[in-house]
Design a protein around this ligand. Structure first.
Ligand code: CO
Length: 211
């Protein structure tokens, strides 16, 4: 068997053994069902795995990942995940986690063609355009990319708050949306403190009348 492939199967066997060694009931308990308190919306980047960077276990975080952690209000994949997490799993927190050094953000900042993904990344170009005055004051390209990464997370938190799913949940119970950025070179998460808890946290035009 090819080495890089075999590595995964061998790794899985070691994982299963060590978990069972620590707790013989580990997989039995997991098989009973999941009750995660968090929904994580992160980047597909291989260096930002939700469980590892938060030191959590299987069953603790419901995860959706795509390139550059986007919440696009016509993306039926993301909307399905959000609806299931909010209405069925009843998560208490939704976290949008971007990361510094994000290839998606860097690609969106350039005028080069990258392929189909450019159509996905146009959402980040829109964030750039919306914040052009601020971004143009930052001469250093790395610092500018870092700031766009943060602004992108803030925008995606807003996009989440604009969904009917989140607003209907807010009418019934507490649900907190957070914006984070992970530093690949430090391993540390920065909370951007962009917390959305209720309809008043978004502009009036986006608020639905919910009975
Ligand atoms: Co990324």
């Amino acid at each position: 068997m090819e080495e890089s492939y075999k590595k995964l199967i061998d790794g899985n066997r070691r994982f299963a053994l060590s978990k069972k060694f620590e707790d013989p009931e580990y997989f039995k308990k997991l098989s009973m069902g999941q009750k995660p308190e968090y929904l994580w919306i992160g980047c597909s980047d291989s260096r930002v795995p939700a469980n590892e960077v938060t030191n959590t276990e299987s069953g603790e975080i419901f995860v959706h990942r795509n390139i550059a952690n986007q919440v696009v209000n016509t993306d039926i994949n993301a909307l399905s995940v959000i609806e299931y997490a909010v209405n069925f799993l009843k998560v208490k927190h939704i976290i949008v986690c971007g990361h510094y050094g994000c290839g998606g953000v860097l690609a969106a900042m350039s005028n080069n063609l990258h392929g189909f993904v450019d159509n996905w990344l146009v959402n980040i170009k829109n964030v750039y355009h919306k914040n052009k005055v601020e971004l143009d004051t930052i001469p250093d390209p790395d610092k500018k990319a870092d700031r766009l990464t943060e602004l992108n997370v803030i925008e995606q938190v807003r996009n989440l708050a604009k969904t009917t799913i989140v607003q209907q949940a807010w009418a019934e119970r507490p649900l907190h949306i957070h914006g984070w950025v992970y530093g690949i070179n430090s391993g540390l998460i920065t909370d951007l403190c962009i917390i959305h808890n209720e309809q008043d946290d978004i502009e009036e035009i986006f608020r639905y009348n919910i009975k």
